[in-house]
Design a protein around this ligand. Structure first.
Ligand SMILES: NC(=O)c1ccc[n+]([C@@H]2O[C@H](COP(=O)([O-])OP(=O)(O)OC[C@H]3O[C@@H](n4cnc5c(N)ncnc54)[C@H](OP(=O)(O)O)[C@@H]3O)[C@@H](O)[C@H]2O)c1
Length: 286
């Protein structure tokens, strides 16, 4: 390549990265809008002290669980934590590909490989799970607008329908801060729509988690998200934690919530509630 051509290619790459960063920052700023705090924003001291006993009671119930999206950033931390805490007697991953899980800790994990375009043919994969966690999702950049809607709305909704028919009592949906079915922004609109449509299925218990920006060392390259993480990293902790949250905190919030009995049909946990619940204690401390 000639020097001018190389320079213009480099400029194009830099411009694309800057555009991606800008788009991510705009999306982030949208997520910064204030929102209502859901019930149970943080645990009282008594509730925190009760957690080990709640976990023990939960284990005794020998429940089974499925995870959708266990190959993703949140899903794989969720799987690891579920196994480390030993909360369920049966753990099933439902995904589009079989994961290589060589470590001893994963030896009893079941895997159901499904074609998400023909989920009805795989209804048996969704049979007999007490609890389900959905961490599925893609991005518009990766899948295009239609592909994003297909995964984040259609696959999620169909999976939830099959799970409900299969006997799932407690469905947990990883959504997003700012989810709003009347939003003008596709991402937030789709998240809001899928939340509402899953609610119509009337699970005995339905928990929606709306984290801000997920903080993790993402395996896949997403320059925009990287920039946003750096941005939050440069802010005072108290401010950043209002709009972002480490993946491990989200996962612990999901599990700490699941082990505490609840009569509420629907629970909405926003970023603040996720911080409160997820940091309640370290379940693996002796
Ligand atoms: N990133 C953030 O800052 C942020 C903030 C708030 C909420 N969220 C939401 O949180 C959820 C989890 O995010 P994450 O970052 O943990 O997800 P992630 O790392 O992107 O993982 C997504 C999961 O979905 C699966 N998936 C993607 N496209 C698929 C397709 N076409 N067919 C079948 N499976 C597909 C992936 O499977 P493969 O491994 O096979 O691709 C993977 O298991 C998403 O719904 C996301 O929108 C994210």
């Amino acid at each position: 390549m000639s020097r001018p051509a190389a320079l213009s290619a480099a400029a194009a790459v830099a411009a694309a990265a800057a555009a991606a960063g800008l788009a991510a920052l705009v999306a982030t700023l949208l997520l910064l809008q204030p929102e209502d705090v859901g019930p149970g924003a943080s645990l009282s001291m008594a509730e925190t002290e009760a957690l080990p006993k709640l976990r023990e009671d939960f284990r005794m119930q020998n429940k089974s669980v499925f995870i959708l999206g266990a190959s993703g950033e949140t899903g794989r931390v969720l799987l690891k934590e579920i196994l480390e805490q030993g909360l369920f007697s049966k753990v099933t991953l439902i995904g589009r590909r079989k994961l290589t899980l060589d470590e001893e800790a994963y030896k009893n994990v079941n895997q159901e490989v499904v074609d998400f375009e023909k989920l009805d043919d795989y209804a048996s994969a969704f049979q007999g799970h007490d609890v389900g966690f959905c961490c599925l999702g893609t991005t518009r950049k990766k899948a295009g607008a239609d592909g994003f809607v297909r995964v984040d709305r259609d696959y999620v909704l169909k999976s939830a329908e099959l799970a409900k028919s299969g006997g799932c009592k407690h469905f947990n949906l990883l959504s997003s801060k700012g989810a709003d079915k009347s939003s003008n922004f596709l991402y937030l609109q789709v998240k809001g729509e899928v939340e509402a449509r899953v609610e119509e299925l009337k699970f005995d218990r339905y928990s929606i988690f709306r984290p801000g920006v997920l903080l993790c060392d993402r395996q896949e390259s997403r320059p925009g998200e990287w920039l946003v993480r750096k941005f939050f990293g440069s802010l005072p902790e108290s401010w950043a934690s209002g709009h972002s949250v480490p993946v491990i905190t989200v996962v612990r919030a999901m599990l700490n919530n699941a082990v505490r009995p609840s009569d509420a049909e629907k629970e909405l946990l926003d970023n603040k509630a996720i911080h409160g619940l997820g940091k309640a204690d370290d379940p693996l401390k002796p």
